[in-house]
Design a protein. Sequence first.
Length: 242
Amino acid sequence: MPRPPAVEFLDTAVGFVEHPTPELTSWEQSEVDRLWEETRSRNPAVFDGPIAAALGVDRPDTGPLLVKWAPMTYRYRALRRLRPPEQVPGSLYVTVLVPTERGILVGRGSPGTARPGCWTLPGGAVEPPAPGRVLDVAGLRRHAARELLEEVGLRVPSGELRLWALARGRRFGSLGFHFVCPATSSELVRRHHAGLPEAPDGHGAGPELDELAFVTSQSEATGLGPTADYLPQVLHRYFSSP
């Protein structure tokens, strides 16, 4: 029987609805805290920062899809080891596809990241908006531009990023908002990346991507080594688009 695809693509016309942080039993809370301390002992660079967790989508009869989300922190990803997949809040994340004359930019996670050695697009987990603000696509676009600057050193105005695809993970229901930026040169990308400071965010030991590559097909990316689960399908869709 064929293995189901890792992600499915959804309509990019979306709205957002905030929900309270999911409640945990006392046992779950103690296990989450214990597992987080284990993670910190293995990788002191990890940071229990705020994230917006995906709780699913609603499909109203009219209007856009409604993305349900709740504020949490990184440590609560340990719930993936404690609950069935369908009961675990997913990740809400952004990526940026950077076209160059040599192909699409991908990067390998450095040892201090949550997924060392894993090839991904530039991007990261979405943070909850500041008090008084709402989560929306414009905010995701700004976040994607910030991730591109922090991880690659490439400064692109957020207004120049185009929301190209929304992918939902089959296992945990994570939602990835994939943006495309204007084409640039591979030489410029490498020059900016080489100029990144050793610890751009104050929580890690160096740049989040320790190696860059440019790919022109899905198979080129998977040939580099382990990849984020979404990457093969996103690249296949991109290179198959007219």
